[in-house]
Design a binder for this molecule. Structure first.
Ligand SMILES: NC(=O)c1ccc[n+]([C@@H]2O[C@H](COP(=O)([O-])OP(=O)(O)OC[C@H]3O[C@@H](n4cnc5c(N)ncnc54)[C@H](OP(=O)(O)O)[C@@H]3O)[C@@H](O)[C@H]2O)c1
Length: 323
């Protein structure tokens, strides 16, 4: 009863505060936005959207031909004649090389205001089948390739007392899934990285967003599908497939609003709410709603976990039968 008496007024105050003070999106006009993985998929769409907001955009990836093609698309999205669009070919997991390239692009284009880490890739399979090469590729692209660019920009952001950092995780940053043992471990690591630097950088007016894309129709997703075990395909079907521009738009909007998590769709909302734990928050109303719905959501999650395990068991029985 006492809890209810405290909760209701607090809820009303939080509601009024949220309604009266809508979040102001940060402005990207003439700001320098760097997008790793900007030559394809979600990263390319994030770069296009940043160009549409008047930003000077630098995209980073390895393949020069794809970079050149993406650069043209981004240039076509510019709203002003003086916007600078650049493409840099470098492996984000090469610490020295990425750091040198980020320093040199700042000299040419200007101070980086926003770093969107989108470079990454998935390889699926059963845990015992991953080779050293696959494991290193996954850790390098998904974890170190995000950490190294962050390490380069953080001292500058701290000095300037402004900046935005986006890390692109995945729904499997929050839940393990059949076939994703190594990829998911890397994406879980990004959550730890994002939460830690969020706390470190908040006093410096530097914002951190962890994007959690669902299955998204991109060239990378097509490649990933070639390695998916049957179990992973069947479990993933429940979530549907989103378009890269939808995911990129939400990523940009959340980052510019200063939100910590960026997710798309109802399933992702449920998953993020379930796994919210000690994550940072920006909105008291959201915390109040989460504290009420977490219990029932746990029941819903148990239902899904059970149905996923049933799929895995059914596949196991079929494999045993066909032996
Ligand atoms: N698509 C999905 O369903 C989905 C779901 C959840 C999370 N995500 C995450 O979202 C991000 C973008 O995925 P996407 O589907 O848009 O992939 P994508 O279409 O394959 O694009 C990946 C980009 O990253 C670049 N890249 C990869 N490794 C790199 C490296 N070592 N150094 C520099 N650049 C590198 C690629 O270019 P180069 O190969 O030329 O270097 C490309 O520009 C990834 O982190 C992915 O894990 C995707």
């Amino acid at each position: 009863m006492i809890i209810l008496l405290l909760f209701v007024p607090l809820f009303i105050v939080a509601l009024i505060k949220t309604l009266l003070t809508p979040k102001k999106l940060k402005n990207l006009d003439k700001k320098h936005v760097v997008v790793t993985g900007g030559s394809s998929g979600i990263g390319k769409h994030a770069a296009i959207l940043a160009a549409r907001k008047g930003a000077n955009v630098t995209i980073i990836a390895r393949n020069s031909d794809r970079l050149a093609a993406a650069k043209k698309e981004i240039e076509a999205a510019c709203i002003g004649k003086d916007q600078l669009i650049s493409a840099v070919s470098v492996d984000v997991s090469n610490r020295k090389a990425i750091s040198n390239e980020l320093d040199s692009i700042e000299d040419k284009v200007g101070p980086i205001y926003m770093l969107i880490n989108c470079a990454g890739m998935a390889i699926c399979g059963n845990v015992e089948d991953f080779t050293d090469k696959d494991i290193n590729t996954l850790i390098n692209a998904n974890y170190l390739g995000c950490l190294y660019p962050i390490q380069n920009v953080v001292p500058k952001f701290k000095q300037r007392k402004e900046g935005i950092i986006v890390l692109t995780g995945s729904q499997v940053s929050l839940m393990g899934m059949y076939g994703y043992s190594i990829y998911s471990s890397c994406k879980f690591a990004l959550r730890g990285l994002a939460e830690s630097i969020h706390m470190e950088l908040k006093p410096y007016n530097v914002f951190v967003t962890l994007s959690l894309p669902p299955d998204t129709d991109t060239p990378g997703f097509e490649t990933e599908n070639k390695t998916k075990p049957q179990e992973t395909i069947l479990i993933s079907q429940a979530g549907g497939l989103y378009q890269a521009d939808t995911v990129a738009e939400k990523l940009l909007q959340d980052a510019l609003a200063g939100n910590f998590f960026s997710y798309v769709g109802f399933d992702s909302y449920v998953l993020t709410t379930l796994c919210v734990g000690m994550s940072p928050f920006t909105n008291l109303l959201e915390v109040m709603i989460q504290s009420v719905i977490l219990g029932p959501l746990r029941l819903m999650a148990a239902y899904y976990t059970n149905s996923f395990e049933k799929i895995v068991h059914k596949c196991y029985l079929e494999k045993e039968k066909n032996k």
